[in-house]
Design a protein around this ligand. Structure first.
Ligand code: FES
Length: 480
Protein backbone atom coordinates (compact mmCIF):
# COMPACT_ATOMS: atom_id res chain seq x y z
CA UNK A 1 0.00 0.00 0.00
CA UNK A 2 1.17 3.57 -0.66
CA UNK A 3 1.97 5.98 2.16
CA UNK A 4 -0.42 8.82 2.93
CA UNK A 5 2.14 11.18 1.34
CA UNK A 6 2.01 9.30 -1.96
CA UNK A 7 -1.77 9.20 -1.81
CA UNK A 8 -2.05 12.97 -1.41
CA UNK A 9 0.67 14.39 -3.70
CA UNK A 10 1.70 13.55 -7.25
CA UNK A 11 5.04 15.03 -8.35
CA UNK A 12 5.25 16.08 -12.01
CA UNK A 13 7.01 13.59 -14.32
CA UNK A 14 10.39 14.50 -15.92
CA UNK A 15 11.85 13.22 -19.16
CA UNK A 16 14.82 10.82 -19.17
CA UNK A 17 18.30 11.94 -20.26
CA UNK A 18 18.61 11.83 -24.06
CA UNK A 19 22.02 13.34 -24.85
CA UNK A 20 25.55 13.83 -23.53
CA UNK A 21 25.82 16.85 -21.25
CA UNK A 22 28.32 18.79 -19.13
CA UNK A 23 27.67 20.37 -15.77
CA UNK A 24 29.46 21.61 -12.64
CA UNK A 25 27.79 19.08 -10.35
CA UNK A 26 25.94 15.84 -11.10
CA UNK A 27 23.84 14.35 -8.31
CA UNK A 28 22.78 10.69 -8.32
CA UNK A 29 19.34 10.26 -6.71
CA UNK A 30 16.28 12.53 -6.60
CA UNK A 31 15.03 11.78 -3.10
CA UNK A 32 15.00 14.42 -0.39
CA UNK A 33 18.80 14.42 -0.04
CA UNK A 34 19.58 14.62 -3.76
CA UNK A 35 17.03 17.36 -4.40
CA UNK A 36 18.13 19.47 -1.42
CA UNK A 37 21.82 19.10 -2.33
CA UNK A 38 21.07 20.14 -5.92
CA UNK A 39 18.93 23.04 -4.75
CA UNK A 40 21.58 24.34 -2.35
CA UNK A 41 24.28 24.17 -5.04
CA UNK A 42 22.06 25.83 -7.64
CA UNK A 43 21.30 28.60 -5.14
CA UNK A 44 25.09 28.98 -4.69
CA UNK A 45 25.46 29.58 -8.43
CA UNK A 46 26.60 26.15 -9.65
CA UNK A 47 25.13 24.38 -12.67
CA UNK A 48 23.60 21.12 -11.40
CA UNK A 49 21.76 18.16 -12.86
CA UNK A 50 20.18 15.23 -11.03
CA UNK A 51 19.92 11.69 -12.43
CA UNK A 52 17.22 9.48 -10.97
CA UNK A 53 16.88 5.76 -11.74
CA UNK A 54 13.13 5.78 -11.20
CA UNK A 55 10.93 8.78 -10.32
CA UNK A 56 11.50 11.79 -8.04
CA UNK A 57 11.01 10.66 -4.40
CA UNK A 58 10.27 7.08 -5.46
CA UNK A 59 12.61 5.64 -2.80
CA UNK A 60 12.52 6.20 0.94
CA UNK A 61 11.35 9.84 0.90
CA UNK A 62 7.76 8.79 0.29
CA UNK A 63 7.87 6.31 3.19
CA UNK A 64 9.21 8.53 5.94
CA UNK A 65 7.22 9.71 8.95
CA UNK A 66 8.60 13.17 8.07
CA UNK A 67 9.95 14.45 11.35
CA UNK A 68 12.44 17.34 11.30
CA UNK A 69 14.39 17.11 14.52
CA UNK A 70 17.77 17.06 16.21
CA UNK A 71 16.41 14.51 18.71
CA UNK A 72 17.55 11.09 17.53
CA UNK A 73 16.79 8.85 20.48
CA UNK A 74 19.01 9.09 23.56
CA UNK A 75 22.16 9.78 21.57
CA UNK A 76 23.86 12.79 23.06
CA UNK A 77 25.39 11.13 26.10
CA UNK A 78 26.45 8.27 23.88
CA UNK A 79 28.04 10.58 21.30
CA UNK A 80 29.75 12.67 23.95
CA UNK A 81 31.31 9.51 25.29
CA UNK A 82 32.26 7.93 21.95
CA UNK A 83 33.40 10.95 19.89
CA UNK A 84 33.86 13.70 22.48
CA UNK A 85 31.87 16.76 23.47
CA UNK A 86 33.10 18.97 20.65
CA UNK A 87 31.98 16.63 17.87
CA UNK A 88 28.73 15.75 19.69
CA UNK A 89 28.04 19.51 19.70
CA UNK A 90 28.80 19.69 15.97
CA UNK A 91 26.26 16.92 15.40
CA UNK A 92 23.61 18.69 17.51
CA UNK A 93 24.18 22.12 15.95
CA UNK A 94 24.22 20.75 12.38
CA UNK A 95 20.79 19.23 12.94
CA UNK A 96 19.45 22.41 14.58
CA UNK A 97 20.79 24.39 11.60
CA UNK A 98 18.88 22.00 9.32
CA UNK A 99 15.60 22.78 11.13
CA UNK A 100 16.30 26.50 10.76
CA UNK A 101 17.06 26.06 7.07
CA UNK A 102 13.79 24.18 6.48
CA UNK A 103 11.96 27.03 8.20
CA UNK A 104 13.76 29.61 6.04
CA UNK A 105 13.09 27.85 2.75
CA UNK A 106 9.45 27.20 3.54
CA UNK A 107 8.85 30.79 4.65
CA UNK A 108 10.84 32.55 1.93
CA UNK A 109 9.47 30.41 -0.88
CA UNK A 110 5.95 30.26 0.55
CA UNK A 111 5.87 26.46 0.32
CA UNK A 112 2.53 24.96 1.35
CA UNK A 113 3.64 21.65 2.89
CA UNK A 114 1.74 21.29 6.19
CA UNK A 115 4.85 22.46 8.09
CA UNK A 116 4.12 22.60 11.83
CA UNK A 117 6.35 23.30 14.77
CA UNK A 118 6.12 20.51 17.33
CA UNK A 119 8.04 19.28 20.35
CA UNK A 120 9.96 16.03 19.92
CA UNK A 121 9.96 13.51 22.77
CA UNK A 122 11.96 10.41 23.49
CA UNK A 123 10.19 8.33 26.12
CA UNK A 124 11.52 5.63 28.43
CA UNK A 125 11.31 3.84 31.73
CA UNK A 126 14.66 4.85 33.20
CA UNK A 127 14.13 8.26 34.78
CA UNK A 128 17.84 8.76 35.57
CA UNK A 129 18.85 8.05 31.98
CA UNK A 130 16.23 10.47 30.66
CA UNK A 131 17.27 13.24 33.05
CA UNK A 132 20.95 12.71 32.25
CA UNK A 133 20.23 12.87 28.51
CA UNK A 134 18.21 16.08 28.90
CA UNK A 135 21.08 17.67 30.88
CA UNK A 136 23.67 16.53 28.34
CA UNK A 137 21.65 17.81 25.36
CA UNK A 138 21.08 21.13 27.09
CA UNK A 139 24.81 21.48 27.74
CA UNK A 140 25.44 20.96 24.03
CA UNK A 141 23.15 23.91 23.26
CA UNK A 142 19.85 22.16 22.54
CA UNK A 143 16.49 23.27 23.96
CA UNK A 144 16.09 20.08 25.98
CA UNK A 145 14.29 19.30 29.23
CA UNK A 146 12.94 16.31 31.15
CA UNK A 147 9.17 15.96 31.51
CA UNK A 148 7.33 13.36 33.60
CA UNK A 149 4.19 13.95 31.51
CA UNK A 150 4.20 11.58 28.57
CA UNK A 151 0.90 11.50 26.69
CA UNK A 152 1.19 7.87 25.60
CA UNK A 153 -1.23 4.93 25.79
CA UNK A 154 1.12 3.01 28.12
CA UNK A 155 2.97 4.03 31.30
CA UNK A 156 6.54 5.38 31.11
CA UNK A 157 8.79 7.21 33.57
CA UNK A 158 8.79 10.34 31.43
CA UNK A 159 10.42 11.79 28.34
CA UNK A 160 13.15 14.10 27.10
CA UNK A 161 11.51 17.01 25.32
CA UNK A 162 13.16 19.09 22.58
CA UNK A 163 11.36 22.37 21.83
CA UNK A 164 10.93 23.98 18.36
CA UNK A 165 11.22 20.87 16.25
CA UNK A 166 8.91 20.30 13.27
CA UNK A 167 6.97 17.96 10.99
CA UNK A 168 5.71 18.36 7.42
CA UNK A 169 4.39 16.68 4.26
CA UNK A 170 7.62 15.59 2.53
CA UNK A 171 6.26 15.27 -0.99
CA UNK A 172 4.48 18.62 -1.05
CA UNK A 173 7.77 20.18 0.06
CA UNK A 174 9.84 18.23 -2.45
CA UNK A 175 7.47 19.05 -5.29
CA UNK A 176 8.06 22.77 -4.72
CA UNK A 177 11.83 22.50 -4.22
CA UNK A 178 12.38 20.23 -7.22
CA UNK A 179 10.42 22.50 -9.59
CA UNK A 180 13.33 24.76 -10.72
CA UNK A 181 15.88 21.91 -10.92
CA UNK A 182 17.06 19.91 -13.95
CA UNK A 183 16.19 16.32 -13.10
CA UNK A 184 16.23 13.35 -15.47
CA UNK A 185 14.00 10.48 -14.38
CA UNK A 186 14.18 6.85 -15.51
CA UNK A 187 17.93 7.29 -16.03
CA UNK A 188 19.85 4.73 -13.97
CA UNK A 189 23.60 5.30 -13.78
CA UNK A 190 25.50 2.23 -14.99
CA UNK A 191 29.10 3.27 -14.48
CA UNK A 192 30.86 6.09 -12.65
CA UNK A 193 34.36 7.28 -13.56
CA UNK A 194 36.31 10.17 -12.02
CA UNK A 195 34.22 12.79 -13.84
CA UNK A 196 31.60 10.85 -15.78
CA UNK A 197 28.24 9.25 -15.14
CA UNK A 198 27.54 6.74 -17.89
CA UNK A 199 23.93 5.75 -18.58
CA UNK A 200 22.17 3.92 -21.41
CA UNK A 201 20.74 7.28 -22.44
CA UNK A 202 23.87 9.44 -22.52
CA UNK A 203 26.90 10.46 -20.50
CA UNK A 204 27.11 13.31 -18.01
CA UNK A 205 30.54 14.89 -17.61
CA UNK A 206 30.88 16.78 -14.37
CA UNK A 207 33.47 18.48 -12.21
CA UNK A 208 31.82 17.01 -9.09
CA UNK A 209 29.72 13.87 -8.56
CA UNK A 210 27.45 13.39 -5.54
CA UNK A 211 26.14 9.97 -4.49
CA UNK A 212 22.79 10.67 -2.82
CA UNK A 213 20.77 7.58 -3.77
CA UNK A 214 20.23 6.18 -0.26
CA UNK A 215 22.94 3.46 -0.35
CA UNK A 216 26.10 3.99 -2.48
CA UNK A 217 26.23 1.38 -5.23
CA UNK A 218 29.95 1.66 -6.03
CA UNK A 219 31.61 -0.86 -3.73
CA UNK A 220 35.26 0.03 -4.33
CA UNK A 221 36.62 2.45 -3.28
CA UNK A 222 34.61 3.57 -0.23
CA UNK A 223 33.65 0.13 1.15
CA UNK A 224 30.29 1.46 2.35
CA UNK A 225 28.87 -2.07 2.21
CA UNK A 226 31.22 -3.01 5.04
CA UNK A 227 30.19 -0.12 7.27
CA UNK A 228 26.39 0.01 7.01
CA UNK A 229 23.38 -2.23 7.13
CA UNK A 230 19.71 -1.49 6.50
CA UNK A 231 16.71 -1.74 8.81
CA UNK A 232 13.02 -1.87 8.01
CA UNK A 233 10.09 -0.52 10.03
CA UNK A 234 6.33 -0.32 9.56
CA UNK A 235 3.70 2.41 9.86
CA UNK A 236 -0.09 2.51 10.25
CA UNK A 237 -2.11 5.69 9.62
CA UNK A 238 -5.12 5.59 11.93
CA UNK A 239 -8.35 7.53 11.80
CA UNK A 240 -10.21 8.22 15.00
CA UNK A 241 -7.25 7.53 17.28
CA UNK A 242 -7.14 10.26 19.89
CA UNK A 243 -3.61 11.17 20.95
CA UNK A 244 -1.68 14.23 22.01
CA UNK A 245 0.41 16.42 19.73
CA UNK A 246 4.16 16.01 19.51
CA UNK A 247 6.50 13.55 17.84
CA UNK A 248 7.25 10.57 20.08
CA UNK A 249 10.08 8.07 19.81
CA UNK A 250 11.37 5.36 22.13
CA UNK A 251 14.62 5.08 24.09
CA UNK A 252 16.80 2.14 23.11
CA UNK A 253 16.01 -1.04 25.10
CA UNK A 254 12.39 -0.08 25.86
CA UNK A 255 9.81 -2.83 25.83
CA UNK A 256 7.39 -0.64 23.86
CA UNK A 257 9.24 0.47 20.73
CA UNK A 258 6.70 2.62 18.93
CA UNK A 259 6.70 6.05 17.35
CA UNK A 260 3.74 8.45 17.21
CA UNK A 261 2.98 11.65 15.37
CA UNK A 262 -0.16 13.25 14.00
CA UNK A 263 -0.87 14.43 10.46
CA UNK A 264 -4.14 16.31 10.45
CA UNK A 265 -6.81 13.93 11.72
CA UNK A 266 -4.57 10.89 11.37
CA UNK A 267 -2.26 9.31 13.91
CA UNK A 268 0.87 7.70 12.44
CA UNK A 269 1.87 4.71 14.56
CA UNK A 270 5.28 3.22 13.73
CA UNK A 271 7.05 0.11 14.97
CA UNK A 272 8.10 -3.45 14.17
CA UNK A 273 11.69 -2.55 13.29
CA UNK A 274 14.09 -5.31 12.20
CA UNK A 275 17.24 -5.76 10.19
CA UNK A 276 16.47 -6.10 6.47
CA UNK A 277 16.32 -9.75 5.42
CA UNK A 278 15.43 -10.95 8.92
CA UNK A 279 11.64 -11.10 8.92
CA UNK A 280 10.91 -14.59 7.65
CA UNK A 281 8.17 -15.08 10.27
CA UNK A 282 6.40 -11.87 9.20
CA UNK A 283 3.44 -10.48 11.13
CA UNK A 284 4.81 -6.97 11.69
CA UNK A 285 1.71 -5.20 10.38
CA UNK A 286 -0.57 -7.56 12.29
CA UNK A 287 1.29 -6.88 15.55
CA UNK A 288 0.92 -3.12 14.99
CA UNK A 289 -2.79 -3.59 14.23
CA UNK A 290 -3.29 -5.52 17.47
CA UNK A 291 -1.65 -2.70 19.44
CA UNK A 292 -3.71 -0.10 17.62
CA UNK A 293 -6.91 -1.95 18.52
CA UNK A 294 -5.87 -2.33 22.15
CA UNK A 295 -4.94 1.34 22.58
CA UNK A 296 -7.46 2.96 20.22
CA UNK A 297 -10.43 0.56 19.95
CA UNK A 298 -12.49 3.00 17.84
CA UNK A 299 -9.69 3.61 15.34
CA UNK A 300 -9.73 2.59 11.68
CA UNK A 301 -6.71 1.95 9.45
CA UNK A 302 -6.44 4.49 6.63
CA UNK A 303 -3.09 3.33 5.24
CA UNK A 304 -0.06 1.20 5.98
CA UNK A 305 3.45 1.23 4.57
CA UNK A 306 7.05 0.49 5.47
CA UNK A 307 10.38 2.27 5.34
CA UNK A 308 14.04 1.28 5.09
CA UNK A 309 16.96 3.07 6.73
CA UNK A 310 20.75 2.85 6.37
CA UNK A 311 22.41 2.36 9.75
CA UNK A 312 26.09 3.26 10.18
CA UNK A 313 28.57 1.57 12.46
CA UNK A 314 28.88 4.51 14.90
CA UNK A 315 25.40 6.01 14.56
CA UNK A 316 26.60 9.09 12.64
CA UNK A 317 25.82 9.57 8.92
CA UNK A 318 28.53 9.61 6.24
CA UNK A 319 28.53 13.03 4.54
CA UNK A 320 31.62 14.34 2.76
CA UNK A 321 34.27 12.91 0.44
CA UNK A 322 33.45 9.47 -1.01
CA UNK A 323 37.01 8.15 -0.75
CA UNK A 324 40.49 9.65 -0.59
CA UNK A 325 41.30 8.24 -4.03
CA UNK A 326 38.30 10.03 -5.67
CA UNK A 327 38.55 13.74 -4.77
CA UNK A 328 35.73 14.71 -7.13
CA UNK A 329 33.21 12.27 -5.60
CA UNK A 330 31.04 13.15 -2.61
CA UNK A 331 28.54 11.12 -0.63
CA UNK A 332 25.51 11.51 1.65
CA UNK A 333 24.30 8.28 3.21
CA UNK A 334 23.69 6.44 6.49
CA UNK A 335 20.96 8.76 7.70
CA UNK A 336 19.79 6.31 10.40
CA UNK A 337 16.06 6.95 11.04
CA UNK A 338 16.36 10.69 10.58
CA UNK A 339 16.44 11.12 6.83
CA UNK A 340 14.52 14.38 6.52
CA UNK A 341 16.73 16.36 8.90
CA UNK A 342 19.94 14.72 7.73
CA UNK A 343 19.11 15.41 4.08
CA UNK A 344 19.21 19.11 4.90
CA UNK A 345 22.45 18.68 6.88
CA UNK A 346 23.92 16.97 3.80
CA UNK A 347 22.77 19.80 1.53
CA UNK A 348 24.49 22.44 3.65
CA UNK A 349 27.67 20.41 4.17
CA UNK A 350 28.12 19.35 0.55
CA UNK A 351 27.27 22.82 -0.80
CA UNK A 352 30.08 24.27 1.31
CA UNK A 353 32.46 21.43 0.50
CA UNK A 354 31.95 21.76 -3.26
CA UNK A 355 32.06 25.58 -3.11
CA UNK A 356 35.34 25.42 -1.16
CA UNK A 357 33.90 26.90 2.05
CA UNK A 358 34.71 25.67 5.51
CA UNK A 359 31.68 24.23 7.30
CA UNK A 360 31.94 24.18 11.11
CA UNK A 361 30.06 20.85 11.34
CA UNK A 362 31.86 18.90 8.61
CA UNK A 363 34.32 16.97 10.76
CA UNK A 364 31.84 14.82 12.69
CA UNK A 365 30.20 13.54 9.49
CA UNK A 366 33.46 12.86 7.60
CA UNK A 367 33.09 9.41 5.95
CA UNK A 368 36.83 8.87 6.32
CA UNK A 369 36.66 8.87 10.12
CA UNK A 370 37.84 5.86 12.01
CA UNK A 371 36.96 5.52 15.68
CA UNK A 372 36.81 2.52 17.98
CA UNK A 373 33.05 2.36 17.33
CA UNK A 374 33.36 2.31 13.54
CA UNK A 375 36.09 -0.28 13.59
CA UNK A 376 34.05 -2.69 15.71
CA UNK A 377 30.97 -1.86 13.61
CA UNK A 378 32.85 -2.69 10.42
CA UNK A 379 33.78 -6.03 11.95
CA UNK A 380 30.10 -6.69 12.83
CA UNK A 381 28.95 -5.91 9.28
CA UNK A 382 31.62 -8.23 7.93
CA UNK A 383 30.50 -11.06 10.18
CA UNK A 384 26.90 -10.53 9.13
CA UNK A 385 27.79 -10.56 5.45
CA UNK A 386 29.82 -13.71 5.87
CA UNK A 387 26.85 -15.37 7.58
CA UNK A 388 24.64 -14.37 4.65
CA UNK A 389 27.09 -15.94 2.23
CA UNK A 390 27.43 -19.06 4.34
CA UNK A 391 23.68 -19.52 4.42
CA UNK A 392 23.65 -19.47 0.65
CA UNK A 393 26.08 -22.34 0.50
CA UNK A 394 25.14 -24.58 3.40
CA UNK A 395 21.70 -23.97 4.86
CA UNK A 396 19.30 -26.90 4.51
CA UNK A 397 16.15 -25.98 2.51
CA UNK A 398 13.24 -25.13 4.75
CA UNK A 399 10.24 -25.90 2.58
CA UNK A 400 9.34 -27.53 -0.67
CA UNK A 401 7.25 -25.63 -3.19
CA UNK A 402 4.21 -27.78 -2.61
CA UNK A 403 4.29 -26.90 1.06
CA UNK A 404 4.37 -23.13 0.55
CA UNK A 405 1.10 -21.59 1.65
CA UNK A 406 -0.61 -19.04 -0.64
CA UNK A 407 0.79 -15.58 -0.01
CA UNK A 408 4.06 -16.99 1.32
CA UNK A 409 7.53 -17.73 0.04
CA UNK A 410 10.41 -20.00 0.86
CA UNK A 411 13.53 -21.70 -0.43
CA UNK A 412 13.32 -25.02 -2.27
CA UNK A 413 15.76 -27.32 -4.07
CA UNK A 414 15.24 -27.42 -7.82
CA UNK A 415 17.66 -29.43 -9.98
CA UNK A 416 20.09 -29.54 -7.09
CA UNK A 417 20.07 -25.75 -6.60
CA UNK A 418 18.40 -23.52 -4.06
CA UNK A 419 15.67 -21.38 -5.54
CA UNK A 420 13.38 -18.81 -3.93
CA UNK A 421 9.72 -19.57 -4.59
CA UNK A 422 6.64 -17.61 -3.61
CA UNK A 423 3.01 -18.39 -4.19
CA UNK A 424 0.16 -15.98 -4.95
CA UNK A 425 -3.29 -16.38 -3.40
CA UNK A 426 -4.45 -18.06 -6.64
CA UNK A 427 -1.64 -20.62 -6.40
CA UNK A 428 0.63 -19.11 -9.11
CA UNK A 429 4.29 -19.80 -8.31
CA UNK A 430 7.11 -17.31 -8.94
CA UNK A 431 10.72 -18.32 -8.61
CA UNK A 432 13.91 -16.29 -8.40
CA UNK A 433 17.62 -16.95 -8.07
CA UNK A 434 18.15 -16.25 -4.37
CA UNK A 435 21.75 -15.14 -4.83
CA UNK A 436 21.77 -11.35 -4.35
CA UNK A 437 23.31 -9.69 -7.43
CA UNK A 438 25.14 -7.18 -5.21
CA UNK A 439 27.71 -9.38 -3.46
CA UNK A 440 26.09 -12.81 -3.47
CA UNK A 441 24.32 -13.23 -0.12
CA UNK A 442 21.20 -15.35 0.12
CA UNK A 443 17.91 -13.44 -0.16
CA UNK A 444 15.20 -14.05 2.41
CA UNK A 445 11.41 -13.86 1.95
CA UNK A 446 9.67 -10.98 3.75
CA UNK A 447 5.99 -11.97 4.08
CA UNK A 448 4.91 -8.50 5.26
CA UNK A 449 6.04 -6.83 2.06
CA UNK A 450 6.05 -9.92 -0.17
CA UNK A 451 9.58 -9.20 -1.26
CA UNK A 452 12.97 -10.91 -1.35
CA UNK A 453 15.27 -8.99 1.03
CA UNK A 454 19.02 -9.26 1.45
CA UNK A 455 20.29 -9.58 5.03
CA UNK A 456 23.79 -8.37 4.13
CA UNK A 457 23.32 -4.82 2.85
CA UNK A 458 19.56 -4.54 2.40
CA UNK A 459 18.86 -4.79 -1.34
CA UNK A 460 15.23 -5.77 -2.06
CA UNK A 461 13.50 -7.47 -4.99
CA UNK A 462 9.85 -8.15 -5.82
CA UNK A 463 8.34 -11.58 -6.46
CA UNK A 464 9.52 -11.45 -10.09
CA UNK A 465 13.07 -10.67 -8.95
CA UNK A 466 12.83 -7.03 -10.12
CA UNK A 467 15.02 -4.64 -8.11
CA UNK A 468 13.07 -2.53 -5.56
CA UNK A 469 16.05 -0.88 -3.89
CA UNK A 470 19.86 -1.21 -3.81
CA UNK A 471 22.79 -1.17 -3.33
CA UNK A 472 22.29 -3.92 -5.97
CA UNK A 473 21.96 -2.32 -9.40
CA UNK A 474 20.37 -5.20 -11.27
CA UNK A 475 17.41 -7.56 -10.88
CA UNK A 476 17.80 -10.92 -9.16
CA UNK A 477 18.02 -13.69 -11.74
CA UNK A 478 14.64 -15.24 -12.48
CA UNK A 479 14.02 -18.90 -13.23
CA UNK A 480 11.59 -20.69 -15.51
FE1 FES B 1 24.89 -6.73 -0.64
FE2 FES B 1 22.82 -8.30 -1.05
S1 FES B 1 22.81 -6.19 -0.74
S2 FES B 1 24.91 -8.86 -0.96
Amino acid sequence: MNSIWSQTCEIKERRPLSENIRTDVAVIGAGMAGVLIASALQEAGRSVIVLEANRIASGQTRNTTAKITSQHGLIYQKLTKSIGEERARQYAMANEAAITEYRRMITERGIDCDFEEQCAYVYGGDIDALKAEAACAEKLGLGASFTPDAALPFPVAGAVRFARQAQFHPLKFLQAVSEPLTIYEKTPVKTVTEHELITDRGTVTSEHIVFAAHYPFVNFPGLYFARMHQERSYVLALENAASADGMWFFAEGEENQYSFRRWGELLLLGGGGHRCGENSAGGKYDALRRQAQAWFPDSREAAHWSAQDCITADGVPYIGGYAASRPSWHVATGFQKWGMTTSMVAAMLLRDRICGKLNPYAEVFDPGRFTGETISGVADEGVHAVKGLARRMFKVPEEQAAEIAPGHGGIVMLDGEKVGVCKDEDGTLYSVDIRCPHLGCQLEWNPDERSWDCPCHGSRFDKYGALISGPAQTDAGTRE
